[in-house]
Design a protein around this ligand. Sequence first.
Ligand SMILES: NC(=O)N[C@@H](O)C(=O)O
Ligand code: NI
Length: 163
Amino acid sequence: MLELTAKPLTPDAFASFGEVLDARTSPSFSINAGRTQRHHDLAKVETLGENGHTLINIFVSQPVSLPLKLTFLERHPLGSQAFMPLNQERFIVVVAPPGEAINPQDVRAFVTDGRQGVNYRAGTWHAIQSVLAREGEFIVVDRGGEGNNCEEYPLDITVTLSE
Ligand SMILES: NC(=O)N[C@@H](O)C(=O)O
Ligand code: NI
């Protein structure tokens, strides 16, 4: 059993797994006659394989209980997957680097602060969406198309929050 304490999510700590989506830490430029700041091109959307194309989805998820007990991580080899909360929901992120096997020492657990989203790079191992405290609504941008784009890797992980 791998036991992890989730740490606050930061762009640097997450850089090898994908991108953090956050208007507070990303550059922007003014559009719409100055009424809007555009935080432009924040993450790489990958849609690989046959008929690969981008999907825009809404996930409505029930909260997880803590400590979070995981029995697997999953990956999407053919595409990236981004989650952005619509109502400042916090969620737990558990990731491991792309590869055919997971080294338990490389698994990392993070917790978001409500203003952050994530984009998992294609092939990054991750826990399925794990929203905290209340039902959560998320914009999810990922890949549609042919082929199997969801693989699971059995791994028992318990995640706690330090707070
Ligand atoms: N299966 C699905 O659409 N969602 C998962 O990939 C997830 O990461 O939550
Ligand atoms: Ni996923």
